[in-house]
Design a binder for this molecule. Structure first.
Ligand code: HEM
Length: 440
């Protein structure tokens, strides 16, 4: 097995070096005391989950050290086995399909308001928009509306925005500091530790206040019900509740913004697909029996293919979070001992020619008419992959919200691209307008 010593953590560089070193075979990356096996091909994903998937573990704090552990270590995404099941039991209900579907009218209203604001500064119906920035917090707002329900108001939304910023500062500080995995360093009153304490205290105070108010006022508030998991039963701690809620609201801001901006940038570049989508929406809505829920869940629509294609090109993470095998097994022809930490190169998987053909890096939604669901199972990292395909807690909410937002935008605007140098990701990061929205 080939081993890559990591000195530079830039993911693009890591991916290229890995490919040069091992081709399509699995390889090991070594960073200080940690070793992780990197896999990227569908047959390797199959082998990895085969037989022991339910007993897979996760390295403590994802090998990011004690401070990261205080920050996110008790969130559901970092847990496994019985600890994972106990937390999911309390968080699954508001994310179940029906709970999310019931919220559709409210989501539509909020999305309508968001888009109206976007068009407010338009000149004669034309606005040049940096889509990554403009849609960045829409999903955070919709999730907060959904989870806090009657307890949600604009004041809470602004407090969440502030906390989201402070969450990002902590992530940045933890990822860039050199001694992050040193036990001694984590005890020192460093600026990272101060940032972390400020975030954790602010997050706890806000939720205690909101949930207390909801309880006193007997408001409808799904989160108040979830919070009973640590008040009335002892199978979830308050810390687990708060870190999981932080993972849900804050860790998905950029993930979701990236999917939406991939959709709008590519529809702007592909006016034919955009027009076909607009025609499909108009046609469906003109049907006397039109049912929005059925349209949203119909996997045969262009809307579905556009959403899938955007998620294929904008996977949640470029590399999956580390997960450990439970038993000795063979992965991609190599003997891998139990307890090996494995990560998946999601971009290589999602664009790989084995599943997606030679144009896997291009936006072409109709490819989903060609690639069988069986091939997608281990060849596509969407809300998980292989045996873990649907593990994402927010999958129903994300799917509904992406589709409703796409419908609302396409119905109201024609989109044109403002990107001419092909470097679209870099442009939108700087907040440079990349899509022209023209009111219909
Ligand atoms: C509504 C927004 C979203 C929320 C609230 C959400 C929430 C979560 C949570 C809590 C987890 C950890 C689940 C667990 O381990 O039990 C998770 C995992 C994950 N989510 Fe999401 N997510 C959202 C959007 C997305 C999107 C848009 C994508 C894809 C582009 C995505 C892909 C994933 C993946 C790949 C995992 C890891 C699954 C695994 O461990 O195998 N999520 N998500």
């Amino acid at each position: 097995m080939k081993v890559l010593e990591i000195k530079d953590l830039r993911l693009k560089l890591l991916r290229r070096s890995g490919r040069e070193l091992a081709g399509d075979n699995p390889y090991v990356i070594r960073c200080g005391p940690y070793e992780e096996l990197v896999i990227s091909q569908p047959d390797q994903i199959h082998d990895f989950y085969q037989g022991d998937y339910k007993r897979h573990g996760k390295p403590q704090n994802f090998n990011f050290g004690e401070l990261f552990g205080r920050f996110m270590g008790t969130a559901v995404g970092l847990r496994y086995g019985e600890d994972w099941r106990k937390i999911r039991k309390h968080f699954d209900p508001p994310f179940a399909f029906h709970a999310v579907a019931q919220r559709t009218p409210r989501f539509q209203r909020e999305i309508g308001l968001w888009i109206r604001e976007l068009a407010q500064d338009s000149k004669e119906g034309v606005s040049d928009v940096a889509v990554g920035e403009s849609f960045r917090f829409l999903v955070l707002r919709l999730l907060a509306v959904h989870l806090y329900q009657d307890a949600f108001d604009d004041r809470l939304y602004w407090q969440l925005l502030e906390l989201s910023e402070s969450h990002d500062h902590v992530v940045h500080a933890l990822m860039t500091c050199k001694g992050h995995d040193s036990k001694i360093w984590s005890k020192f009153p460093t600026s990272t530790r101060r940032l972390l304490d400020r975030f954790l205290n602010g997050w706890k105070d806000l939720n205690r206040e909101v949930i207390g108010n909801a309880r006193e006022g007997k408001w409808e508030c799904p989160l108040e019900i979830t919070a009973r998991g640590f008040v009335e039963s002892d199978d979830m701690t308050e810390e687990e509740f708060l870190s999981t809620l932080g993972e849900i609201l804050f860790a998905n801001v950029d993930v979701s913004a990236s999917v939406l901006s991939t959709t709008f940038r590519n529809l702007a570049k592909n006016t034919k697909i955009q027009d076909e989508l607009r025609a499909e929406i108009t046609q469906c809505k003109s049907d006397a029996d039109f049912d929005m829920s059925k349209y949203l869940t119909n996997s045969k629509t262009l809307l579905h293919r556009v959403t899938m294609e955007s998620m294929r090109l904008a996977p949640a993470f470029w590399f999956s979070m580390p997960e450990t095998t439970a038993e000795d097994k063979t992965i991609g022809g190599f003997a891998i001992p139990a307890n090996t930490t494995v990560i998946i190169d999601n971009q290589r998987l999602n664009e790989g020619s084995v599943t997606w053909g030679s144009d896997g890096d291009q936006f072409r939604p109709d490819r989903f008419l060609e690639v069988s669901p069986q091939a997608q199972r281990c060849g596509f990292m969407r809300f998980g992959t292989g045996a873990a395909s649907g593990r994402c807690l927010g999958k129903n909410a994300a799917d509904v919200v992406f589709k409703l937002t796409t419908i609302a935008v396409v119905e109201r605007f024609q989109m044109e691209t403002l990107i001419h140098d092909g470097n679209d990701k870099a442009q939108s990061k700087r907040g440079v307008p990349d899509v022209r929205f023209i009111e219909n």
